[in-house]
Unconditional design. Structure first.
Length: 292
């Protein structure tokens, strides 16, 4: 399914993904490097969300994921029961190993879990201000369990969102970040846009037949992407979307086009989702060529 988009102001022209060059030799075929995306996220042992979702979604975009673990979780497709945030030194060591070795094209943030980890990631990103950053403010698991106190969300709002190219909260997360427990997407965006240049607030947590995903741009421009609601609930949909978006940006696609590409891909992974456990469905994150 393709998302329908409405633009209240000036639509931006789409730019296609960058093609890879191929060099052939007698012994092997050497491809030019895929874009490398550094992922700072938590590990989900069920494989539905977290770093595995990042890796699969980025592979599907033709990117290479470089995963740096920020936290370990105890969770399944039903809910999360516990988590442990890694030491600051370990996270910095993982990320710097990648940054010092590879040419990183984009950064994707997921679960951070603590105020100290927010500070750690801010310190890291300030040393690489040129990298486009997609911030997925993970504060709740799909089953509703906490993956960090609300204070972590407030710290992300104050310190991380200003460094991000775009943040991708769902509406419940946007309400936490904006401190508006019953706020609409528009109300949350008005509170958050002073901190973030671009804000994609995803729908799907109500009961509307047509889901509205809204991209807010500081200055007043708004784009709405709509899609048909699918039955069931899904584990890892937010990770999938944010990673796919980071992948499209890593290829050089412009922001509005990248958002639409990532939304279209994510909807297809949910349409084809599998029930691998006793709880939520897990997105089937096949490469784009297989998601028709």
């Amino acid at each position: 399914m393709t998302f329908a988009q409405t633009n209240e102001k000036n639509p931006a022209a789409a730019s296609g993904p960058v093609k890879s060059l191929v060099v052939s030799s007698r012994t092997m075929t050497i491809y030019s490097s895929r874009p490398v995306v550094l992922c700072l996220s938590g590990h989900d042992p069920s494989g539905g969300a977290g770093l595995q979702a990042d890796i699969e979604a980025l592979l599907a975009q033709g990117c290479h994921a470089a995963p740096a673990i920020t936290a370990l979780t105890v969770q399944d497709t039903v809910n999360v029961t516990d988590f442990r945030v890694l030491d600051r030194e370990w996270v910095l060591a993982q990320a710097n190993a990648v940054l010092n070795d590879s040419t990183v094209a984009a950064v994707k943030l997921g679960m951070l879990g603590s105020l100290e980890m927010v500070d750690t990631v801010v310190e890291l990103l300030l040393e690489h201000p040129h990298l486009p950053l997609v911030c997925d403010p993970v504060l709740r698991a799909g089953g509703g369990g906490r993956l960090g106190k609300d204070e972590v969300g407030y710290a992300m709002r104050e310190r991380l969102l200003p460094l991000a190219m775009i943040a991708t909260p769902n509406l419940p997360e946007a309400r936490i970040l904006a401190e508006l427990p019953e706020g609409t997407a528009d109300e949350c965006a008005a509170k958050l846009l002073p901190f973030c240049k671009h804000l994609l607030i995803t729908g799907g947590h109500g009961d509307e037949v047509l889901i509205h995903n809204r991209l807010y741009i500081r200055g007043g421009e708004t784009h709405t992407f709509t899609c048909q609601r699918l039955p069931g609930s899904y584990h890892g949909s937010g990770c999938t979307l944010a990673s796919a978006l980071a992948g499209r940006l890593a290829h050089g696609e412009n922001l509005i086009s990248a958002v639409q590409s990532a939304l279209n891909y994510t909807w297809r992974t949910l349409r084809d989702a599998e029930q691998l456990g006793k709880g939520q469905f897990v997105p089937r994150r096949l490469p784009l060529d297989f998601c028709s």
